[in-house]
Design a protein around this ligand. Structure first.
Ligand code: UD1
Length: 422
């Protein structure tokens, strides 16, 4: 259903916010739960649109899934299904995570081609190439995909064409129950890959080196259940921090793990913020000086500046004095939010993968449209920094990654309200 977000901006942010579990950890781990023979409990799972879609897929595959407070409880399927349901599988890219687990469980898997945010071409060739080298056979129609595994998947020594996060996760799940050992080279090093490996190891898998470019997996014949708390969401952390940069104020992030902001902290410090860690599992972000543009920032794979953080940081720096130039090296079409930034008064120029912001700009509330998840969150951050009332249409995209963005920022003194689009 369509949704709008109303924002009355221009107030500094003050207070504390607890980070939810990371969407990008939760989604592959939910798919990996299909591999387990016993009960799985995932702690602190946010009620995101993509989590709901995942739960629909899991139920269609025969698993029992119950939400108990913040936790999800999963029981294995008596008879494992092999067809992913059309609507939820099409609604998100993360349906691709079900390929390997369902192949292991049912010997075949059929799904519509995965959807997700339109950030430019998003092929799944590495997922498929790796699975086929392990013994799967793939057939692909115009808008569907079917894989069969005539025998148990075999371990392999495989170099990824590029360090894709999703493909690394697919191949980790495939390797965990494959016959023999697997070595994945040029693997993605993102913290969420490490977290998936930690979950699988908690279920009895033998994975070493996750978080480095070379991951070694000893294939097991079965995995048991586990309880797992996914890592905190570093993109939610970046969103709040960018909003503090734009609005001013001081916010403490709680339940953060070691370093929730990574390279985003350095960029926001250059912009005039101070970040520190007053206690373990806790980070404070404060704007101390006038907001300054930060020059060139290039996104990259971990430990680089996250592509997902680029639109929210841009939204926070629209009013900065001087120039900020964000170049996304991961996706071709990351900055569809540029049009909305301009309507809010930002002086922006978008060319292909590059978004240039020239300031200072006087931002004022406007009616804008979200075109994707992180771009929508970037618009929300910009609207929080703009004086007056804004309306963000297409806010249902934001629900894919933030359970309640309006409530989160209201808790920090901002005025926002989510409503169905009438
Ligand atoms: C994951 C994240 C997403 C984040 C991205 C990059 C999840 C659920 N989503 O997405 O939020 O923005 O990592 O950090 O974890 N590619 C191919 N062939 C493939 C796979 C990927 O060409 O088989 C390309 C993609 O088109 C893209 C690049 O590799 O240009 C990176 O994609 P990838 O790392 O796979 O991102 P996702 O796993 O889709």
């Amino acid at each position: 259903m369509g949704e709008i977000l109303r924002v009355w901006g221009g107030r500094p942010l003050e207070g504390a916010v607890r980070l939810p579990s990371a969407k990008n950890s939760v989604l592959p781990i939910l798919a990996a739960a299909v591999l387990a023979d016993g009960p799985v409990v995932l702690r602190d799972v946010p009620d995101l649109a993509d989590v709901r879609a995942s739960v629909s897929i899991l139920r269609a595959l025969g698993l029992t899934v119950r939400r108990r407070g913040e936790d999800l409880h999963l029981l294995p399927a008596a008879v494992p299904g092999w067809q992913l349901p059309e609507a939820p599988a099409r609604a998100m890219r993360s349906s691709v995570f079900y390929l390997a687990p369902v192949l292991h469980r049912a010997g075949r898997v059929r799904m519509p081609l995965p959807g997700g945010c339109k950030l430019g071409p998003r092929p799944i060739d590495i997922h498929l190439d790796g699975l086929c080298r392990m013994g799967a056979q793939a057939a692909c129609g115009e808008d569907w995909l079917e894989l069969t595994a005539p025998a148990r998947l075999r371990g392999m020594d495989y170099t990824l064409r590029l360090p894709s996060v999703g493909a690394t996760e697919t191949l980790l799940m495939a390797a965990a129950l494959a016959q023999g050992d697997t070595v994945l080279r040029n693997a993605a090093r993102e913290p969420e890959v490490r977290d998936l490996a930690a979950f699988l190891n908690g279920c009895g898998a033998r994975i070493e080196g996750a978080g480095s470019p070379v991951i070694r997996v000893q294939g097991k014949t079965a995995l048991h259940g586990a309880r797992h708390r996914p890592i905190p969401d570093r993109i939610v952390a970046a969103t709040v921090a960018a909003a503090v940069a734009g609005c001013g104020g001081c916010v403490t992030l709680l339940g953060t793990g070691e370093d929730p902001l990574g390279p985003v902290a350095g960029v926001l410090e250059r912009a005039g913020c101070h970040t520190d860690r007053p206690a373990p599992e806790c980070w404070r972000v404060q704007r101390q000086d006038d907001l300054q543009g930060v020059g060139l920032v290039r996104t990259g794979v971990w430990p680089g500046f996250s592509t997902d953080a680029a639109p929210v940081v841009a939204g926070g720096l629209l009013a900065a004095r001087g120039d900020t130039v964000l170049e996304d090296t991961v996706f071709e079409d990351r900055f569809a939010c540029a049009e909305g930034f301009a309507l809010l008064g930002g002086q922006v120029c978008r060319r292909g993968r590059v978004l240039a912001v020239h300031g200072p700009a006087r931002l004022a509330g406007a009616r804008v449209r979200a075109c994707d998840l992180r771009g929508g969150a970037g618009l929300a951050v910009a609207a929080l920094t703009a004086a007056g009332a804004s309306v963000i249409e297409g806010a249902e995209y934001i629900r894919r990654g933030y359970a309640d963005l309006a409530g989160l920022f209201r808790g920090l003194g901002a005025q926002l309200q989510a409503a169905p689009q009438g």
